[in-house]
Write a protein that binds this ligand. Structure first.
Ligand SMILES: NC(=O)c1ccc[n+]([C@@H]2O[C@H](COP(=O)([O-])OP(=O)(O)OC[C@H]3O[C@@H](n4cnc5c(N)ncnc54)[C@H](OP(=O)(O)O)[C@@H]3O)[C@@H](O)[C@H]2O)c1
Length: 181
């Protein structure tokens, strides 16, 4: 039987990063991709995640699913915790069980320190607010539940042609507003 190509599962695939990965996928013909968002796979549902991994070949998981509304997270604490901490834990456990590797996307908000140099992995974390705390917890549960098979990428602002972001806001304001005298 012909061996299937390694398969990359991308969760949260309708978000900014997920959509960009969808546009890039055809540049990687040696891999199959499965793109899912909450309608196809709710990462906060442990039974659904387990069943998904039982039914599909997954060799790598890129977790782009997240609760990213930083301000709203203060009033939707439970939802933020479920999506940013429980969801990654479910994925990490499923990956560990099936020997898949997981890449967890995270944020520099976990640091919140006044440094004038680029952060390194071992820097002190000091999350302020629900979003940052739930993301840090997500990083920790992923690394703890899949030692040796997990990687966490803590990025800063994400710019993309999809969704709302800082660059788009600046372009819009630049077009709408008069320039400074
Ligand atoms: N955006 C930034 O500037 C920024 C900066 C630093 C780090 N990051 C990190 O980078 C990663 C990707 O960010 P992004 O901007 O691409 O996020 P995003 O645009 O908010 O996309 C997240 C996606 O996850 C989906 N989702 C929410 N709950 C889910 C669930 N229970 N199960 C499955 N999918 C779910 C969302 O659906 P709904 O839209 O329907 O909720 C959305 O499609 C995140 O881990 C984020 O923390 C982002």
């Amino acid at each position: 039987m012909k061996k299937k190509r390694p398969t990359i599962l991308v969760t949260g695939s309708k978000g900014q990063v997920g959509m960009e990965l969808q546009t890039l996928a055809n540049q990687f013909p040696d891999f199959d991709f499965i793109f899912v968002d909450i309608e196809e796979l709710d990462i906060t549902d442990p039974a659904a995640v387990k069943a998904f991994f039982a039914e599909n070949q997954v060799n790598y998981c890129i977790n782009c699913a997240a609760y990213t509304a930083v301000d709203k997270a203060e009033t939707e604490t439970n939802l933020a915790w479920k999506v940013n901490t429980v969801g990654p834990e479910n994925l990490a456990l499923a990956c560990a069980n099936t020997k898949a590797l997981i890449l967890q996307l995270s944020t520099d908000y976990v640091y919140h320190t006044q440094v004038t140099k680029p952060y390194i992995e071992t820097d002190f974390t000091n999350p302020q607010g629900t979003y940052a705390r739930t993301k840090l917890n997500g990083d920790e549960v992923v690394l703890r539940n899949h030692p040796g098979g997990a990687m966490v990428v803590r990025t800063s602002w994400v710019y993309s042609s999809f969704g709302n972001n800082f660059v788009k806001t600046m372009l819009r304001l630049g077009a709408e507003k008069r320039s400074c005298p």
